[in-house]
Design a protein around this ligand. Structure first.
Ligand code: ADP
Length: 396
């Protein structure tokens, strides 16, 4: 009897021990599973965060502005370019596109997506910044798997630079046409006067032929300058670079212009040291120096002096200067003087046979040599054009 009792207790004890071990094992298994799940979730969250950061960094690097809205028209994502274009800070999340961009046209484009699914090439002008900006807007409706409205993607291409270039081109064409028409109409009216009878008067004949010759020369000069600028613009100018004794290049330019200088009683002085060398295209540098000396003669003081100097600067670069003692150039005009067809005094320039392209050519040719040009001038006390070129390469 006692033995049977002992056996029963032992069996119950064994069963209880077995159950509790099983419970302990089950509990620790659940704990492990929970920990595994939490680790997996944390890993997934970190991956998703990293992916979101990568995506947002990628979007922020886009030149185009990008806004993604949800089905309720509220902003889900806006990249840096979009925020800059519309001047809003922060993620923009939660705001409607109208609240974030403060632009009714953009909101209207997004609203059109209810009917059209995509809007392509909508052009938009925004005036909220310092200067107007021109944008092209492309928008695409998003649909979920069931085809329900899931928001939209709106992309903004900035066309401002393109529009500015178009404006420059149109202005240039208008200027060229005007510049060509002026001498052409003078040639035509002189020819008509001759045909109408002036040819029978020897004095009138000589006078009108001189007019025709003068304006035909002006047309030829203008066309030469335009062709050169077009070659410079297309990067097609081939420079024949060689070691150049600058003094002799300057002297050649001065010799060519001596007669014109004498006609205005302008003294030309070549103060470039004979030892000064640079690596450059002789013909092009001569043209640059010629344009500057020619201007100094044309716009400087009659009876004045023009000096061309040169030196090696402390940083090894080479400086060439053309200085006159004329009326100088006002500071607002100095900022524009290298623009094509810009003239301080239009009538004076035309009367002197100027094309309005001389300084634009100077700037381009100097830049093609890796140099820069600037002007120092005080109205009333002359002008100094300063050319700065790369120095000679170090001997090997
Ligand atoms: P242009 O054919 O009219 O001479 P440029 O491009 O050479 O054209 O010069 C542009 C304008 O800059 C000139 O029309 C003139 O008004 C002004 N300019 C150029 N050089 C001088 C100078 N040395 N002194 C005063 N004005 C100058």
């Amino acid at each position: 009897m006692e033995a049977a009792l002992i056996l029963l207790v032992a069996t119950v004890a064994a069963l209880v021990a077995g159950w509790s071990r099983e419970r302990v094992l089950r509990k620790s298994g659940e704990e492990r599973n929970r920990r595994d799940l939490e680790e997996q979730r944390a890993r997934r969250d970190a991956e998703l965060r990293e992916q979101a950061q990568r995506t947002s960094a990628l979007f922020d690097r886009m030149v185009e502005g990008l806004i993604v809205v949800d089905g309720g028209g509220r902003i889900r994502l806006a990249n840096r370019a979009a925020k800059t274009l519309f001047g809003f800070d922060g993620p923009g999340g939660g705001k409607t596109i109208l609240e974030a961009t403060r632009n009714h046209e953009v909101a209207a484009v997004v609203a059109r997506l209810d009917r059209e699914l995509e809007v392509l090439g909508h052009e938009l002008r925004i005036d909220s910044m310092d200067s107007p900006r021109f944008l092209q807007v492309n928008a695409l409706a998003l649909r979920d798997a069931a085809g329900a409205n899931d928001g939209a993607i709106v992309v903004f291409h900035d066309l401002t630079r393109l529009r500015q270039l178009e404006g420059v081109r149109q202005e240039f064409v208008a200027n060229v046409s005007h510049e060509l028409r002026t001498p052409l109409s003078l040639i035509k009216s002189a020819a008509e006067t001759l045909i109408d009878g002036a040819k029978d008067d020897p004095a009138a004949l000589a006078r009108f032929l001189t007019i025709i010759d003068k304006h035909a020369n002006r047309l030829a000069l203008l066309i030469d300058d335009l062709l050169l600028l077009s070659t410079l613009d297309s990067g097609g100018l081939r420079l024949d670079r060689q070691a150049l004794p600058i003094r002799s290049t300057v002297q050649d330019a001065m010799d060519d212009l001596q007669q014109r200088a004498q006609a205005r009683d302008v003294k030309l002085e070549n103060a470039v040291p004979a030892s000064l060398l640079m690596v450059a295209d002789n013909d092009r540098i001569r043209q640059v120096v010629s344009n500057l000396i020619d201007n100094a003669i044309k716009y400087g003081r009659a009876g004045g002096k023009t000096v061309v100097g040169g030196c090696v600067l402390a940083d090894g670069r080479i400086e060439v200067t053309v200085t006159d003692d004329g009326p100088g150039i006002a500071s607002d005009a100095q900022a524009r003087i290298f623009e094509r067809f810009y003239r301080v005094d239009k009538a004076r320039s035309r009367e002197q046979g100027g094309t309005g392209l001389g300084l634009a050519i100077v700037k381009h040719v100097v830049q093609a040599h890796g140099g820069e040009v600037r002007i120092e001038s005080e109205p009333g006390s002359g002008s100094k054009f300063i050319l700065n070129f790369p120095g000679l390469p170090a001997p090997r």
